[in-house]
Design a protein around this ligand. Structure first.
Ligand code: AP5
Length: 213
């Protein structure tokens, strides 16, 4: 399908960013990751970054109005005319309804499943690029050169919110605020569940199959 418009849903560490990167390469459509956009804003010390930092470090959600401003601005850019992948947004029913009201439509909402016991291992092993936001894992997806991003050559770091206690808080927030979106998109959209089939590549094959690619 051309001009595909997708949402990636799933708990922290489900592999949304990892799969978004693969789908983006395979389908030639951009990814809009609110997490990456916010982390870049924090790094650059912009007004949005200053507002978002405390929420992010505590594992809480950034206020809906900030998120919607970011998404609408990004979607208005020309590269989104050929389709897009929303990674990590919407994250509340209110965000979903606002996008709907703004006329933002989707072909499919992919819910990536992962076992709770795997999440901890994924978070503690994750390393993230300080520049382009690409995500690696010390064992399941190591960079070619330790500590350096394959894509842009920048430094890889452990995210502030990947500490164990913050991960637990993020999971709690996910269950309360975001998981209800599965029911919402079962009723109002095209929810597709992607089972926890194993490796990054196996999950990607499952997604491509579900998308008919
Ligand atoms: P965000 O960056 O979106 O964090 P998240 O949803 O918690 O998701 P993660 O980035 O932790 O995980 P992921 O699913 O992308 O997994 P990844 O591919 O990296 O948001 C951060 C914060 O920003 C939020 O807490 C909030 O404060 C704020 N925010 C963002 N959006 C917001 C919104 N819409 N509203 C309000 N606030 C918002 O994979 C994880 C690791 O596992 C990696 O190391 C990867 O290599 C590895 N891995 C992936 N798949 C596999 C596999 N199949 N097998 C083995 N390893 C795997």
């Amino acid at each position: 399908m051309e001009h595909m418009k997708l949402i990636l849903l799933g708990p922290p560490g489900a592999g949304k960013g990892t799969q978004a990167e693969l789908i983006s390469k395979r389908l030639g459509i951009p990814t809009i990751s609110t997490g990456n956009i916010l982390r870049a804003a924090v790094k650059d010390g912009t007004p949005i970054g200053l507002q978002a930092k405390a929420f992010m470090d505590a594992g809480k959600l950034v206020p809906d109005d900030v998120i919607l401003g970011i998404v609408e601005e990004r979607l208005s850019q020309p590269d989104c005319a050929k389709g897009y992948i929303l990674d990590g947004v919407p994250r509340t029913i209110a965000q979903a309804e606002s996008l709907n009201k703004a006329g933002v439509v989707f072909d499919a909402v992919l819910s990536i499943e992962v076992l709770d016991e795997e999440i901890e291992q994924r978070m503690t092993g994750r390393r993230t690029c300080t520049r382009c936001g690409a995500s690696y894992h010390l064992t399941t997806k190591p960079p070619l050169k330790p500590g350096v991003c394959d894509t842009c050559g920048s430094e890889l770091i452990q995210r502030e919110d990947d500490k164990l206690e913050t991960v637990a808080r993020r999971l709690e927030v996910y269950r309360k605020e975001t998981e209800p979106l599965k029911n919402y998109y079962t009723k109002h959209g095209n929810l597709k569940t992607i089972p926890n089939v194993g490796s990054i590549e196996a999950v990607n094959q499952e997604i491509m199959k579900v998308l008919g690619q």
